[in-house]
Design a protein around this ligand. Structure first.
Ligand SMILES: Cc1cc2nc3c(=O)[nH]c(=O)nc-3n(C[C@H](O)[C@H](O)[C@H](O)COP(=O)(O)OP(=O)(O)OC[C@H]3O[C@@H](n4cnc5c(N)ncnc54)[C@H](O)[C@@H]3O)c2cc1C
Length: 416
């Protein structure tokens, strides 16, 4: 008799470059795929008590990704609740012997895994980072404190595992993911977003062979307006509709056809930043959200009425600093903001307004389509000088930044 296994889709909404899915297919078992909306998606922070962690734009984007997966599989269960409880019920109902999933990085994702593993036979596969943690030239507990040292070490012993091809399997469950009604999209959104894995492939193709924008990425990446100054892969990488190894393989293959240069290298360099923050999150666990920072450098700023007023003006884009305000308007209207804009806005909140970085990170979490727990917290900690490498001040002067990156004020006018 054919055995049955559960595949628990999380932030890996794709069938290629998905080692967990691949392993489940290779087992020859009948597969019951399930997506679970965990309670932490609806949690509210003390800084943003009116907003759930998951905002409507990312919710829609993820729903599109789940729906696309269901169409490709022919069936998919969708449940709400704590994964350990949901999966235990499903394992019983379907007589499943094993659960497959992709490893998470955030402390609450890792906790979900331990709770499931305490009840069921769970196989966790690494599919969310470019580098497999076992291929790192050090243990995660010995992760270098500084990104450049991490990069030099991994580049010396470079191993990216091959992309796991899509496989088919016996899936015999109903379709439960709902068709998503597209919400109103601000026409000024920097790029078209749809959460499906097919849309991710379209964007990948567009940025590589379609426009060859990749070949000038290093020169354009600090842009503020438009679709192609940077890759815009982040929403799909965050939901897992796009895999990091398939992105890397596509870049390498592009280099074979059109030539490698500083720009093609620089996109891989940025994917390494993403990996670095994922490994930092694994290394520090719950300490990732400590107000005093990863290494407890200084106490968290007080959350008093002054800080609350300053935070409210920052969220509303009413600080009076026109570059910062434009960034905050773009973020609230579209769910996206350039890397330059994120750095300037984050620095202003932390260093000029003296507000706890976690308040800003919570606001970003609600709004960003591409929210990734490790990259968001990691970048905020880094700018606040409370990260793995706590250099005291990483303040960006907003006037200087505007002069350099928006000299004629086009961006500030677009988002005034
Ligand atoms: C305060 C702050 C918060 C951030 N929060 C997030 C977040 O929640 N999710 C997220 O994906 N990125 C986050 N970033 C990193 C970065 O701003 C975005 O990844 C990038 O702007 C996305 O646009 P892109 O895909 O066009 O990037 P590109 O410039 O084209 O880079 C390609 C990919 O490399 C990765 N990458 C690039 N820069 C970084 C970086 N600094 N840290 C980690 N990964 C990087 C992303 O996966 C990105 O898609 C944050 C940065 C700051 C300063």
């Amino acid at each position: 008799m054919t055995s049955t296994v559960l595949v628990w889709f999380r932030r890996d909404l794709r069938l290629t470059d998905n080692p967990a899915w691949h392993a489940a297919c290779a087992s020859g078992a009948r597969i019951v795929p399930v997506f679970i909306e965990e309670p932490w998606r609806r949690e509210r922070s003390v800084w943003t008590p009116d907003l759930p962690a998951l905002g409507p734009r990312r919710e829609q984007f993820i729903a599109e990704g789940v729906f696309a997966l269901q169409e490709a599989l022919g069936g998919l269960l969708v449940r709400k609740g704590r994964p350990a409880e949901v999966l235990a019920v499903l394992a019983k109902e379907y007589g499943a012997e094993r659960v497959y999933c992709t490893a998470g990085h955030a402390p609450y994702e890792v906790q979900d895994e331990s709770e499931v593993a305490a009840q069921l036979a769970l196989e966790v596969h690494e599919g969310g980072t470019l580098l497999h943690p076992e291929d790192l030239p050090f243990d995660i507990v010995d992760l270098p404190q500084v990104f450049s040292s991490f990069r030099r070490k991994v580049e010396k012993r470079w191993t990216v595992r091959p992309v796991a091809e899509a496989r088919t399997a016996m899936v015999d469950v109903p379709k439960e993911a709902a068709v998503v009604q597209a919400g109103a999209v601000d026409a000024r959104l920097a790029f078209p977003v749809h959460g499906s894995f097919q849309a991710a492939q379209t964007r990948l193709h567009h940025y590589l062979d379609g426009t060859r924008a990749l070949s000038t990425y290093k020169e354009t990446r600090n842009g503020l307006l438009g679709s192609d100054y940077s890759s815009k892969f982040s929403p799909w990488l965050a939901s897992g509709a796009l895999g990091p190894r398939e992105t890397y393989a596509a870049i390498r293959s592009y280099e074979g056809r059109h030539g490698a240069n500083d720009s093609t290298y620089w996109l891989i360099f940025e994917l390494l930043w993403r990996d670095y923050f994922a490994f930092v999150a694994r290394q520090f666990g719950r300490r990732l959200y400590a107000g005093s920072g990863l290494r407890g450098v200084k106490p968290a700023p007080k959350w008093n009425s002054r800080a609350q007023r300053a935070f409210a003006s920052w969220c509303a884009g009413e600080t009076g600093q026109d570059f910062v305000d434009a960034c905050m308007h773009e973020l609230a209207a579209t769910g996206f903001l350039s890397n330059r804009g994120r750095q300037v806005a984050a620095s202003y909140l932390v260093h000029d307004l003296g507000v706890d970085w976690r308040a800003g990170a919570a606001w970003f979490e609600h709004h960003l389509i591409d929210h990734d727990p490790a990259s968001n917290a990691g970048n905020w900690l880094y700018i606040a000088g409370r990260g793995n490498d706590p250099r005291p001040v990483r303040r960006f002067n907003p006037e200087g930044q505007a002069e350099r990156y928006d000299p004629d004020g086009t961006y500030r006018r677009a988002w005034a």
